[in-house]
Ligand binder design. Structure first.
Ligand code: LLP
Length: 416
C-alpha cells in the first residue's frame, strides 16, 4: 500500500534507505514518498472514474506547497477551510475554479477574498453565514456559487472529535432548514445556490455511513425537487494505521457510485487522509532509555506532541518501526517525547526488539494531520519536511530555527 518497507533490514522510502537520510538530516523530520502520494490519488481517481468527479484534496491534512503542487499537477482541486489555506492554494497554483471552501466560521474578510478570487464554491454551514456571503457578494457585485452543507444526522464509527455529521455537532444545516433556504432562494439573490455538500467525519473505515448519508442527501434532492449542479460528498475515507480493516478505494467507490452516477449533477469528493496519510513518516531518534514505565521502559525520543499530536490528542495508534531491524529480545516501551506533559507520547506499551540510545524510529502513517497540526509548544522549532522523488531526497521545508520562534514578536519600549 505504501513505499516504506524493510529492505535488507533497513526501512527504505521507495529505494532510499532511511539510514542514508538520517546521516544527512537531523531528526526529527517528516519524510514523504512522492510515489505513494500520487499512487493514492490515482487509486481514488480510478475507483470513482465512472462519475468523473472533481477531486479536491483536503489540504488541511497536508498543506505543504510541494504536496499540493504534486496533486494539482495530477488534476486535483483543493478543499480549503481558511483564508490561510486559500493563500497557500493559490500559491501552489490551484485554479480557483477547483477550490471549494468549507468552515463554520468564515470571516467577512475571508469571504471577500474568496469571492474576489472566483473560487468554485462556498460550502455554507449556517443561515447567518449564507446571509453574510450574500451581503459581501452584493457589495462586490459578484454572484458566487454556494453549496449548502447538510448535516444528515448519520453517525460514523470514528473518534468523537472527528465525527461531524450528527445532530448536535456544529457542522452543516439540517434538512428542514435547508429546504427553507431553497424555498426562499430569492432572499439570497446575490449568490447562486447550486450545490449540496455532506461530510460526516474522518477516518471512517466502513462504507455504510457514507451510503446512509449520501442516500439521505440524494433523497432530499429528489423529494424537494431542487436543482443542483454539484454534489460534494466530502472526504473521510479511512486508512489502515494498525489492525483496522479499512476499505480500498474501489470498495468505497462500489458502494457510493450507484447512488450518484447517471444523475443530473456533477460530483466532488474531498479526501485528505486517504491520499496523504500513508505517504509520510515521522523519523525520530531515541535519546535515552529509562526504566519505570507502567509496562516496561520509556524510550525517550526527540519528537514530541508538538511535532505530532495525534497519539496525545486522539489516542491514535501509529505503527513505529525501528529504522534498522536488529535481532534482540522484544521488550515493551512507552515511546515518549521531551515535552513537559505526561500526555506527550507516540505510543504506549508497545513491544519492540530492544531499543537503544541513538537508534532511529519511523512513526508510520503521519503524512496526513502530521506537520499541519504541529506547534512550537515548549519553544521547539518545527521539524523539516523531506520528500523522496525520482530516487532522490529533497528538502521541501527546512526545519525552523530558534530565530523563527520569536519571529513576529515586538519588544515593548519599556523593555528596550
Ligand atoms: N472535507 C471536510 C469538510 C472536512 O472537514 C474534512 C476533514 C475533509 C474533507 C477531509 O477528511 P479526510 O478525508 O482527511 O478524512 N485532525 C484529525 C482529522 C480532522 C478532519 C477534519 N476534517 C485527525 O488527525 O484524525
Amino acid at each position: 500500500m505504501h513505499e516504506f518497507c524493510y529492505k535488507n533490514n533497513i526501512v527504505c522510502c521507495e529505494d532510499v534507505p532511511l539510514t542514508e537520510i538520517t546521516r544527512e538530516y537531523p531528526t526529527p523530520f517528516y519524510l514523504y514518498s512522492y510515489r505513494t502520494l500520487i499512487d493514492h490519488f490515482r487509486k481514488i481517481r480510478d475507483a470513482f472514474k465512472e462519475a468523473d468527479p472533481l477531486i479536491c484534496f483536503s489540504m488541511k491534512s497536508n498543506s505543504n506547497l510541494n504536496i499540493c503542487k504534486a496533486l494539482i499537477k495530477e488534476g486535483a482541486g483543493l478543499d480549503i477551510v481558511s483564508g490561510g489555506e486559500l493563500y497557500i492554494a493559490l500559491k501552489a497554483g490551484c485554479p480557483p475554479e477547483k477550490i471549494v471552501y468549507a468552515s463554520v466560521g468564515k470571516t467577512e474578510r475571508e469571504i471577500e477574498r474568496a469571492i474576489r478570487k472566483n473560487i468554485l464554491f462556498f460550502n455554507v454551514e449556517s443561515t447567518p453565514e449564507l446571509i453574510m456571503i450574500d451581503s459581501v457578494a452584493r457589495r462586490l457585485r459578484k454572484r458566487p456559487k454556494v453549496a449548502l452543507r447538510l448535516n444528515p444526522d448519520v453517525k460514523a464509527d470514528t473518534h468523537d472529535y472527528i465525527t461531524t455529521g450528527t445532530r448536535g455537532k456544529k457542522f452543516g444545516i439540517d434538512f428542514k432548514s435547508a429546504e427553507d433556504i431553497f424555498d426562499n432562494a430569492n432572499k439570497y439573490s446575490n449568490v447562486r445556490l447550486k450545490g449540496l455538500h455532506v461530510h460526516i467525519g474522518s477516518q471512517i473505515t466502513d462504507v455504510e455511513p457514507f451510503v446512509a448519508a449520501i442516500s439521505k442527501v440524494v433523497d432530499f434532492v429528489e423529494k424537494s425537487s431542487i436543482e443542483i449542479e454539484w454534489l460534494n460528498i466530502g472526504g473521510g475515507f479511512g486508512i489502515v494505521y494498525g489492525e483496522e480493516k479499512a476499505r480500498t478505494a474501489a470498495e468505497f467507490a462500489d458502494a457510493i457510485l450507484p447512488l450518484v452516477k447517471h444523475r443530473p449533477f456533477k460530483l466532488i469528493i474531498e479526501p485528505g487522509r486517504f491520499i496523504a496519510g500513508n505517504s509520510g513518516v515521522l523519523v525520530c531518534k531515541v535519546l535515552y532509555v529509562k526504566a519505570g514505565s507502567a509496562g516496561g521502559d520509556f524510550a525517550i525520543v526527540d519528537a514530541g506532541m508538538n511535532d505530532f499530536i495525534r497519539p496525545s490528542l486522539y489516542n491514535a495508534y501509529h505503527e513505529i518501526l525501528p529504522v534498522v531491524k536488529r535481532k534482540s529480545n522484544p521488550r515493551k516501551y512507552d515511546v515518549v517525547g521531551p515535552i513537559c506533559e505526561s500526555g506527550d507520547y507516540l505510543a504506549l506499551g508497545r513491544e519492540f526488539p530492544e531499543v537503544v540510545a541513538d537508534e532511529y524510529l519511523a512513526v508510520m502513517g503521519t503524512g496526513a494531520y502530521g506537520y499541519v497540526m504541529s506547534s512550537n509548544y515548549n519553544s521547539r522549532p518545527r521539524p523539516a519536511e523531506l520528500m523522496v522523488m525520482n530516487g532522490e531526497v529533497r528538502q521541501i521545508r527546512r526545519a525552523e530555527t530558534y530565530a523563527d520562534l520569536i519571529r513576529g514578536e515586538k519588544i515593548l519600549k519599556e523593555f528596550r
